[in-house]
Design a protein around this ligand. Structure first.
Ligand SMILES: [Fe+2]
Length: 386
């Protein structure tokens, strides 16, 4: 814990954030929760070796224990009736480079099969899923069939997921509590990141060189909410000299020039963009819109060199089909957009450079539809001082 205390009071943390990020402000009750701004995270990182897990910070996600346990058809939100068999995952990289597959809105269709087939051809370390998993939509056997569909991949790599609107599964007057099936089947390591909810958490990868924040588009995110306070505490725990890459995953995109779901991410953007900008988050991946779109580095709806690159990958293959209609003309911050099924690949090569690629399912494996090199904000002193 002494190490935690030392890092939490380091001036490096304050220097890495501007006033909009808010590290120098009161962090509310989270000192009480963590025993330090990020006591649980850092203490765990020191105690848990990389071997057998996603990274320093925790071991095999608990999702592997519950993912493949069949549930009764009417068992909305009940816990699995028996423990699942444990599956040992391949060791993840404890240092850079590291490869992430990035997908969203998978569902379980022929298009999903195609996406998973293409992802299986990519030797990735971790899969990041930006919400809308099974499209069970209250019919619980679809959670089981989804588990069987993804098992070949999800049993060999960590699948780190956040929730989408299709995971809410709340029925007025019948089932008031949302996310019960999702929380029962996809238990993410929120306790290990000092989060009070399975709906938002974070984890380290590549020995802490990459910090991934999984946010909840359908959990309260307003100022003073649990998610807001946890996010600020989590980001303030970071030392960008040791963690050059910051990635955030949401469901409803904050930037979107597709006609589908226009404005649905705006309330969350208004609430949290300053926090992410202050922490110099490098990339934000979203789903929800069933198409692909990549934006420039943006902040407050304008191109900004210290803002995050926003990318929508809601094109995993669900039964609702593609979102084909875009606003015209395209905004200047939208650099590439296309309504095709596919997935993304993020190859974090070193402390300063990462290669992002988007692959269409329609193409052969070697074909790259969109590609860009991204540099970390931690490599830009101007951004850290700004
Ligand atoms: Fe969605």
């Amino acid at each position: 814990m002494s190490r935690v205390k030392e890092i939490c009071t380091s001036t490096k943390i304050v220097e890495a954030f501007d006033s909009r990020g808010g590290c120098v402000e009161d962090l509310g009750g989270y000192n009480d929760v963590t025993g330090g701004v990020a006591g649980v995270i850092l203490a765990a990182a020191a105690a848990v070796p990389c071997s057998g897990g996603v990274a320093a910070g925790y071991n095999r996600p608990k999702a592997r224990e519950t993912l493949f346990v069949p549930m009764a058809e009417d068992a909305i939100g009940t816990a699995p009736q028996q423990p699942g068999s444990e599956i040992l995952l391949q060791d993840s990289s404890c240092e850079l480079p590291i490869k992430f597959a990035v997908a969203g809105d998978l569902g379980q269709t022929g298009w999903t099969n195609s996406t998973l087939s293409h992802i299986s051809g990519y030797p990735h370390d971790i899969l990041l899923l930006a919400g809308d998993l099974s499209y069970a939509d209250f019919y619980q056997p679809r959670w089981d069939s989804f588990a069987r569909l993804v098992e070949p991949l999800a049993s060999s790599r960590p699948w780190m997921v956040t929730q989408g609107n299709h995971e809410i599964e709340s029925i007025p007057f019948l089932e008031a509590k949302p996310f019960k099936p999702y929380n029962a089947r996809w238990h993410m390591p929120f306790e290990e990141s000092a989060s009070p909810s399975n709906l938002f958490y974070s984890f380290n990868a590549a020995g802490g060189a990459v910090h991934v924040i999984m946010l909840g588009s359908y959990a309260d995110f307003g100022t003073g909410s649990d998610q807001f306070r946890w996010l600020r505490a989590d980001l303030c725990s970071l030392d960008r000299a040791k963690t050059p890459w910051l990635i955030a995953i949401i469901h409803a995109p904050w930037y979107n020039s597709n006609e589908a779901h226009q404005g649905e991410g705006e309330a969350m953007r208004t609430a949290l963009e300053d926090v992410l900008y202050g922490a110099r988050v490098d990339m934000v991946f979203a789903g929800h819109v069933h198409a692909y779109e990549r934006f420039s580095r943006v902040y407050n709806n304008k191109e900004e060199e210290c803002g995050a690159v926003h990318i929508t990958v809601g094109d995993g293959g669900n039964r609702e089909g593609l979102a084909r209609d875009y606003l015209q003309p395209p905004p200047g911050i939208s650099l590439f957009r296309e309504a095709s099924f596919g997935h993304g690949r993020l190859d974090v090569v070193n402390f300063t450079h990462a290669l992002w690629e988007w692959h269409r399912n329609d193409d052969d494996e070697p074909v790259v539809a969109d590609s860009v090199w991204i540099t970390s904000h931690a490599a830009n002193p101007a951004c850290l001082k700004k």
